[in-house]
Design a protein around this ligand. Structure first.
Ligand code: PRP
Ligand code: ZN
Length: 292
């Protein structure tokens, strides 16, 4: 049987749940090759000194903090709750969610002060406690291990404090999100000791560079267009590119082809500006990796 290699980096990711699939997808987009199938406890990468361990997300910060693994992919929510002493290396742009106080339809809560004297069920007692203290609310926290959304209907609590992602869980249980405590997304975290170890740091940096290039590429599109030569200066201002756009003369009138990159977030505004500047035949394609 293959064994975990002592020299390999170890990364812990969620075994099943909201972040599991996207974490695996990120690692494979970063060029790592490994096999994965249900109920596997770990995978060995074939082309990088890395072992991937599949664990419960709540355990990831402590495994990273105590050096059981070097790296982890986990929601910021878990790190906030556990106040873990780990180094945040990179926000990963997936696993977006928020911690909310949510109340049943029949409970009339408008102001934060309406929470006074209520019972609030949560698996986030620390975050909830901080929120209540900051807002000078005297409410009782009912700490549960899971399934908090059913606490109000069981009369265990008046309302809940839990993670909302799509909102389906709340909806299915007749609960409304009322007060947002924080927003969260998945992050790559590291053990501080691993970062102080020269050979581990070298491989962490290599992996981080690959991960960053995938995230950057996802946020960026490659854009190609034709434009009259007189519009070049104006178009450069709209799509400056990494260093500068590529400009290629065309064999037709005074037209040039221009290639550049554009950020997904402002994509449509940029297209509108380009059209106004005289761009035609605009082509856009995804970028797989972006290394700068
Ligand atoms: C959270 C939360 C809900 C669900 C909400 O659980 O406790 O169960 O996500 O998602 P929705 O708004 O899309 O319905 P999480 O994924 O953190 O699982 P865990 O509690 O098992 O870690
Ligand atoms: Zn969790």
């Amino acid at each position: 049987m293959e064994k975990l290699n002592g020299n390999n980096l170890k990364i812990a990711i969620q075994q099943k749940g909201r972040l599991a699939e996207k974490s695996l997808e990120l690692l494979s987009l970063a060029g790592l090759e490994f096999e994965t199938y249900k109920r596997r406890l770990y995978s060995r990468c074939r082309n990088f000194p890395l072992d991937i361990l599949y664990v419960r997300d709540d355990n990831i910060p402590e495994y990273v903090a105590d050096g059981t693994v070097d790296l982890g992919i986990v929601g910021e929510d878990v790190i906030f709750e556990q106040q873990s002493k780990v180094k945040n290396l990179e926000k990963l742009n997936f696993g977006y969610c928020s911690l909310f106080i949510a109340c049943p339809d029949n409970l009339d809560i408008k102001n934060i002060s309406d929470l006074n004297n209520l019972k609030i069920a949560s698996t986030y007692p620390n975050c909830l406690g901080d929120f209540l203290e900051k807002n000078k609310i005297k409410a009782k926290t009912i700490e549960l291990a899971g399934s908090v959304e059913i606490a109000p209907s069981l009369n265990v609590a008046d309302c809940i404090c839990d993670i909302v992602s799509t909102g389906n869980t709340l909806k299915n249980n007749g609960l409304n999100p009322i007060f947002k405590i924080f927003e969260s997304q998945a992050v790559l975290i590291a053990d501080k000791n691993s970062l102080n170890n020269k050979s581990k740091k070298k491989n962490i940096d290599r992996l981080l560079m690959r991960i960053k290039s995938v995230i950057k590429a996802k946020k960026t599109k490659y854009i190609m267009l034709n434009a009259p030569a007189k519009s070049i200066e104006e178009i450069i201002k709209i799509i400056p590119g990494i260093d500068s756009p590529t400009i290629i003369p065309l064999n037709k009138g005074d037209l040039v082809a221009m290639h550049s990159v554009v950020e997904e977030e402002i994509f449509w505004e940029v297209i509108e500006k380009l059209k106004k500047a005289g761009a035609t035949g605009i082509l856009v394609s995804p970028i797989e990796k972006m290394i700068i």
